[in-house]
Design a protein around this ligand. Sequence first.
Ligand SMILES: Nc1ncnc2c1ncn2[C@@H]1O[C@H](COP(=O)(O)OP(=O)(O)OP(=O)(O)O)[C@@H](O)[C@H]1O
Ligand SMILES: [Mg+2]
Length: 285
Amino acid sequence: MDPTPTLADPAAAADAPPAVGSTPLTAATPIVLAVRGVSKAYGGVHAVSDVTLEFPTGTITAIVGDNGAGKTTLIKMLSGVVHPDHGTIEIDGQPIRFASPAVARGLGIETVHQDLALADHRDVAENLFMGRELTHRIGPFGILAVERMRSQTQRALDDLNVKVPSIRQQVRRLSGGQRQAIAIGRAVHWGSRVLIMDEPLAALGLHESARVQELVERLAGRGLTQIVVSHNLDHVFRLASRIAVMRHGRLVGVLAATETDHEEILRLIAGLGPSRSRPDGAAVG
Ligand SMILES: Nc1ncnc2c1ncn2[C@@H]1O[C@H](COP(=O)(O)OP(=O)(O)OP(=O)(O)O)[C@@H](O)[C@H]1O
Ligand SMILES: [Mg+2]
């Protein structure tokens, strides 16, 4: 009953160069998650404008861009926190409307948000099972299965090589890196299909950051599809197979990590367009 949606905004498109990079990375790989023509405005601010991006199964896609480029807003649309004003989200090629973040989580899409969203006064195990508590049924009553949740938490963290002093420790007493690890551990524990991380390294020291990178690599080895927002280009190039660049709410490029370099990504982030000035890419890395 809708007329054909017109997603292009000619006024906005005038100053927006076409997106760079059309590497057919995705040709043979099934697309687990995609956004098509999604936009989101807050008042007069076009946080995300007409973004189309596919996430092939088992790939790690980095999303980069300056502060305010729209990365978090895009992530929030993928995780059901924010609804797009226009455009669609697809899982396995089927359009879907996430009525709530719980719906996205129920479909195996877990997100570690920029603010982590941990419950500070709960312990590690309670955070891991927050909103998904295990219970014993005793007659008509559900009794929290505390020991079962604790042992599963311990196993989940061991499995990910995440170390905390105790899973009974209140999360507010943990370090930034430990909190990050819990948030990621929780997402990994439940995220069967897609793991989305918004600035997973932002608050971390060198050592902690290395551990999170190890974790991402280990999960990639298991074939999990990952989407990582990061300002750390070294991290991006080390981990991601594809780099999506956002600027002023628009997607300005999607490049294969092996076919670009820091300089080109920085140019795209700054709106300077792609650079092919390097002779052969030999200086990269
Ligand atoms: N809830 C909101 N209300 C109003 N404006 C918002 C809201 N969320 C985001 N914005 C605006 O939308 C734009 C994109 O914000 P977003 O948080 O998506 O950027 P970002 O790329 O994640 O930035 P950063 O790198 O700083 O995390 C910004 O101009 C921001 O001020
Ligand atoms: Mg952000």
